[in-house]
Design a protein around this ligand. Sequence first.
Ligand code: FDA
Length: 301
Amino acid sequence: MALLDRAIVRLLPAVPKPVVQRLSSRYIAGPSLDDAIRVVRKLNAKGKLATIDVLGEDVTAPDEARAIAGQYHDALARIDEEQLDANVSVKLTGLGLELDYKLCRENLESVVGDAAARGNFVRIDMEDSSTTDRTLQLYRELHADGAGNLGVVLQAYLHRTLSDLPGLDNVRLCKGIYVEPPAIAFREFDAVRENYLRSLQALVAQGSYVGIATHDEHLIGESLRIVQAAGLERDQYEFQMLLGVRPERADELVADGHRVRIYVPYGSHWYEYSVRRLQENPKMAGYIASDLFGRMRHAVS
Ligand code: FDA
């Protein structure tokens, strides 16, 4: 993104919430589980898999964290009842990581146990770098206790990623979305891409199942080359994309016979997720500028 565009996108918090909600509606299934289930049904009908995310992060009270875990139980039950091809993605700060590690572990264990009983799978999203160690620790603890239906996420922008991946058998690999200091993260576009492909090579070499989570055409092409060169079967990796981003590219991948999973967020806590998505949309600077300009014109007329 150009410098001016980036500066405009930084003004996003000044944009009124109803405008943010309108602009971000394509990225979110809706406020209720019914909305998410409806979207998943449509995706499945088009040959796409899904992962459902209950929106909510940085909760401030144990009951809120338990309520989010409860929503995951509801989602798992509906997926099971309707025989949908979908799993769930959880954010540990939504399950109480910043309140109490033990509470978060209990919530995660209950969701993972429920998923296991239903033959389903849980992916732990990766949040900002202050949570990386605890996220990997929790993943490793549950895994050591026998949770085979659990996966985690690694972020290619972090310098540490190549050293984190040994021993991880099911990984979603993404670029990373949080703003991290240059001491620990690559900032240049090409350096992130390079680390992404190096990490993917290493994951494939160690036999991990990888969710190739990107909409970047260069990375999609190079990732295809890597999995094909390794002789992987179509059920040994998958592509992953976000709801509302490049759906036609996902269709092409499905048509070419690849597994593609779409990340489907739903819920009432839509603001933080929406802002992150809008900041990544290359056209967003134009939308924000015209919204701000329109409001200024309105104010002086
Ligand atoms: P890039 O940002 O370069 O986008 C490539 C192209 O895709 C753009 O040029 C544009 O055409 C299109 N595009 C991308 N974003 C768009 C948008 N919002 N609106 C419109 N077009 C857009 N991050 C993290 O830190 N922790 C996590 O757990 C996850 N989980 C996750 C799951 C899944 C399924 C995906 C796909 C991504 C994540 N991410 C994530 C987000 C990830 O780290 C990254 O921020 C985004 O995927 C954008 O990076 P790309 O690789 O798509 O490249």
